[in-house]
Write a protein of this length. Structure first.
Length: 431
């Protein structure tokens, strides 16, 4: 089996977060009792789609038991590190007086569920002292489309919460994006809501014609639904994403600048066709995180001519092979802007000069990761264009978790945390 297929199997079958985090009927009942029977009818959050798994096993594949066990072990190790003894078997259940197999599996499942919940910052419905994560839907073009929402502690009483929209890359989904970006703990610490969108066919509109999916309308409906659920500040809605999600974030900046206050882009430049169609004259603060060893990023001339074996394999992993290979995919999307041209495009859009940048080198916090980070800043006062150039960085989320092997996606810089840095950037901007 090809390496890309194996990795795709791991992505689709090995990380069933929603299955791990499904709430049993007894847990839901206890959560409702904890919140008080008088509040049950006023609970605004949905229950029918609560953590229903969006993962579908590829045809012809076995469930991937080994990979799932490896992921569960990772969750247990993290739980043990944070809460020593919490993943150990209950006392008195050693060789003498062991449980029957079914009871033992149930106990292990509960331990794994607790580990995953703490790892992602997920808590049962009704506990407003901690963050709360749920799945909801909006209806558009005759389809019910899902999204994942994470609310910070005290969400019922917080007023005018900022909202960060986070968009996954090609072949991923909102739940996996929640995992790899680790945005939930940042939201809990800074009291903002996070929305993880789910693209149709695990893909976002990036300005290409003929796709027939209204992703921009979907985002508008999601914002409106959240506004009708909790108290948010519509002047402080931000968008960010990785790869295909980064292209889409720039698409939103051009399509609905009246609803987006600033954007962040990881592992993507901009599609030429989308840039040509960007007719907005509203300045848009933008922050980029780009790796010099990212095979899907061009730092020089046209990226469409740089296809090689490594690039083809990564493109197959992220799903662009549905268009028939690297060159045809880039041609369909109108070609990719190289990084210098993209920076010049956004500087021109924001009416700031691109010839001189304020450059600083970030501290090498983790020499073991093999990366160094340089910050380049253009403009100020709501017109910023900021680039974090990550030397030797791959097609990854800085400070986040991997979605593919390091040999394929490249290095993850630990010298900077993209989620933390994006929030510090976003928080200074409003429409």
């Amino acid at each position: 089996m090809k390496l890309a297929n194996v990795l795709t199997l791991i992505l689709s079958a090995a990380i069933p977060l929603n299955l791990l985090l499904q709430t049993s009927s007894s847990a839901q009942s206890s959560a409702q009792n904890a919140s008080g029977s008088g509040n049950q009818s006023s609970q605004p959050f949905p229950t029918t789609n609560y953590y229903r798994s969006p993962y579908a096993r590829p045809p012809g594949y076995r469930p991937g038991e080994y990979a799932r066990r490896a992921y569960m072990r990772q969750m247990q190790e993290e739980e043990e590190r944070k809460h020593p003894g919490s993943t150990q078997a209950p006392q008195g259940q050693g060789q003498q007086g062991a449980q029957n197999p079914q009871s033992q599996r149930a106990q292990q499942g509960k331990q794994i569920q607790n580990a995953a919940q703490r790892y992602l910052g997920v808590t049962p419905k009704g506990d407003t002292t901690k963050g709360y994560t749920y799945q909801d839907t909006v209806s558009i073009d005759g389809m019910n489309r899902t999204f994942q929402c994470h609310l910070p502690p005290g969400y019922k009483t917080l007023k005018n919460m900022p909202v960060v929209l986070v968009f996954h890359g090609l072949s991923l989904n909102g739940s996996l994006m929640m995992f790899l970006s680790q945005f939930n703990p940042v939201a809990d610490k800074n009291s903002f809501a996070v929305i993880y969108g789910d693209g149709i066919d695990k893909c976002w509109d990036t300005g290409q014609s003929g796709r027939g999916v209204d992703d921009v309308g979907y985002v508008c409906k999601v914002i409106d639904k959240i506004a009708n659920t909790v108290s948010i500040d519509k002047r402080r809605v931000y968008a960010c994403g990785i790869s295909n999600g980064g292209y889409f974030s720039q698409m939103l900046a051009c399509a609905i600048p009246e609803r987006i206050a600033a954007i962040g882009v990881v592992g993507s430049t901009i599609m030429q066709q989308a840039a040509n169609g960007c007719h907005s004259n509203k300045p848009m603060p933008v922050m980029f995180f780009l790796g010099t060893s990212d095979p899907l990023i061009s730092w020089g001339s046209s990226g469409a001519s740089t296809a090689n074996g490594e690039l083809n394999e990564l493109v197959e992993l992220v799903g662009a092979n549905k268009f028939g290979g690297v060159d045809s995919a880039l041609a369909r999307y109108g070609g990719l802007m190289p990084v210098p041209e993209m920076i010049e495009f956004w500087c021109t859009h924001n009416q700031v000069g691109s010839s001189h940048a304020n450059i600083t080198n970030e501290p090498d916090k983790d020499p073991r990761d093999g990366t160094r980070v340089r910050r380049e800043s253009y403009g100020s006062s709501g017109r910023e264009v900021i680039l974090y150039r990550i030397e030797n960085g791959g097609h990854t989320w800085p400070g986040g978790l991997p979605y593919a092997s390091s040999g394929l996606a490249g290095r993850i810089s630990q010298d900077i945390n993209a989620s933390e840095t994006l929030w510090q950037f976003f928080r200074t901007h409003s429409r």
